[in-house]
Design a protein around this ligand. Sequence first.
Ligand code: BES
Ligand code: ZN
Ligand code: ZN
Length: 491
Amino acid sequence: MELIKLTQQDTKYDALIIPFGKAMELAVSIPEGIASSVDAATKAGLFKGESEEIYKLSMLWEDKIVNVVLVGLGEEGKADNRSVFIAFSKAFTACRDLKAKIVRVALDNAKACAKDYDIVEKICEAALLANYQFDCYKSEAKINTVEKIEFEASFDRFEEALKEAKICAESTTIARDLINQPPMFMTPAQLAEEAKTIGKKCNMEVLVFHKPDIEELGMNAFLAVGKGSVNTPKLIVMRYFGGRDNKEIIGLVGKGVMYDSGGYSLKPPSSLPTMHGDMSGAAAVIGAMKAIAQMSLKANVVGIIAACENRISGDAYLPGDILKSMAGKYIEMNNSDAEGRLTLADAITYAIREQKADKVIDIATLTGAVITALGNKTAGIISNDDELTKLAEKASRISCEKVWRLPADRELRHVLNSSIADIKNSAMGSSAGGGTILGGLFLQEFVEDKPWLHIDIAGTNWAQEDLPYCIKGGVGFGTSLLYNMIKLSSK
Ligand code: BES
Ligand code: ZN
Ligand code: ZN
């Protein structure tokens, strides 16, 4: 889809989006016939400009039907970025449903509500995200996508916002594609190929380590998880050095469990069909690395993915096994479904010891418990560092992906004590609760003394139904969040 700033006034369009604040009047010039209908609708109280309100009108304009979508942004100056993002996503989705091919956005009508660079950027991103489809396996009846969106916008830095939006949205949609591909196709080797292709395109070094290399590195916890699959594990490392030589190195570690059957601690049938989404953290890291490189951020970042499949076979790891992690800690593996933390523990050690990361941010579909705690629109964050937490919260307000900090409560830590090894991978049998916190506490054992932030996206990575900004399936949650964290930290 093409996204442009309008320069020529007299072009034709199929749909017109007009944003309004509450009780705001039409302030831009639009064709007389359309303007009178819009006025009539607002005067009749059919549309009030409330936050996230949408009103659709279809009318005859010259010789064809034109659809007008009014978007409510709520009280002037009070709208938060996410509600503006959602309101526009709804409007763009409405245009798709109305089979529009060319959409005009009279963005200047809401100058008072959407005046900051970040939100203008996010509105452009909404246009691209709402248009996303994953229909490569649909032989017929493909859903309409918009071909062109023209913005009437007189913001100073609009072109700049548009460029950033295109890069970020493309990164999120690449993450969605990686998640949505079925597990028979998206194996660890395939993910490594995808990362390499992106690396080539963005001039970024991508290293792929195979099983013998991973054995050499001593990443036995990671290897154990992938042991039951014929599709062998791959360690994927994406290196971007855009900052000064002496500047800190940030490690972005993404959970890359390409399929999580649960292993011998088998998941119930209803959980299985979406478990190829257990690499959503990896997808977010790959997407973010692409955006970081394309925007030439002044930062040094290493993306690390320990990609493997958690399957059952004669060679799969067994609950009861004791694993020696790369860091040298022995792990009593009592639940093969708590596999993500095993792969991440070694990936974090690798980030710190081999890639010299000064700070570590990990992103993972780690626990079902985070859905119970925060619902499916907010990711849980756990950290040993207040500065890194503030950075995540600030980036989250820009990226419009919600996060909420949970405590790294040391008082819960003892439930992971093992009688035969250094630590257990799950608190099975304990009624302490706090599953998400325990996942975080387990990972914290491997961060040595480094500032670290963990993002649990098990609730937010997958849309169970169509959302205004994302069709059912992979969301690509965290791509923009990670990108914005690096952008903020590079300033
Ligand atoms: N991949 C799952 C977490 C998950 C759950 C992701 C629901 C998406 C939706 C993870 O590997 C897992 O199974 N976690 C266990 C941990 C437990 C055994 C300590 C869980 O949440 O039950
Ligand atoms: Zn699992
Ligand atoms: Zn998992």
